[in-house]
Design a protein around this ligand. Structure first.
Ligand code: HEM
Length: 192
């Protein structure tokens, strides 16, 4: 989005700058298609057809890959097991991961794209397509094959510090930490 025409290594090494942008300069998606994965997953200030607060659906991602990479320039699958482990952290799965999958990946309504799904992560059950706004005329990729196949998944509970303190404390400590205005869990000790 910041440098669609060429690679700018300095941009990638500046962790603040590479995330600090809006879509205001690109309302029609001529630099980054409106339907692109990165724009759907964080529309920032893109005009939406369905009212929502884009900030409450944010997740922290940290993935890794498994299996041998395909050799350079090879486009045919050799049948070996490979893929990514997609790991995310968020406060509420239904409002983040599940919302992203259902509303922003497998539907295009929120961007006025109808049934057009996310080209990378969409389920592509019907006739999937990807629209690339261009001048003088847009380009439309038709009959996209499904790129992402989910093999399995698991939700894990990662308690915050206050929950860990509560779990590690004794009933007596909890009673002492209680104040007239409510429990002061943060005052409880964290045992090693
Ligand atoms: C094979 C599957 C996927 C691939 C290859 C993929 C790839 C990518 C890439 C290359 C980026 C941009 C990297 C960056 O700018 O940091 C990205 C961003 C992102 N992806 Fe995915 N992704 C996949 C699936 C998913 C799924 C299933 C979700 C959520 C349900 C997701 C959520 C996001 C989010 C939230 C962003 C950040 C957008 C932003 O803040 O600008 N991705 N993904």
């Amino acid at each position: 989005m910041l440098a669609p025409e060429q690679d700018v290594p300095e941009l990638g090494s500046d962790l603040q700058q590479m995330n600090n942008f809006t879509c205001a300069q690109d309302p029609k998606g001529l630099r980054c298609p409106i339907a692109a994965h990165i724009r759907r997953m964080n529309p920032r200030d893109t005009a939406l057809e369905v009212m929502t607060n884009v900030k409450i659906h944010r997740i922290i991602r940290h993935g890794t890959s498994y299996g041998p990479p395909l050799p350079e320039n090879v486009l045919e699958d050799d049948g070996k097991e490979r893929g990514i482990f997609f790991i995310f952290l968020s406060a509420k799965a239904p409002e983040t991961f599940e919302f992203l999958k259902k509303e922003w990946i497998n539907s295009g309504n929120f961007l006025g794209l109808g049934a057009e799904e996310d080209p990378i992560a969409g389920a592509h059950t019907g006739k999937a397509m990807f629209t690339i706004p261009m001048k003088p005329i847009r380009r439309r990729l038709q009959d996209l094959e499904r790129f992402t196949v989910t093999r399995g998944g698991e939700y894990g509970f990662v308690p915050g510090l206050s929950a860990l303190r509560w779990l590690a404390s004794s009933p007596a400590e909890r009673a002492t930490a209680a104040s007239p205005t409510g429990s002061r869990i943060s005052a409880l000790p964290l045992r090693p």
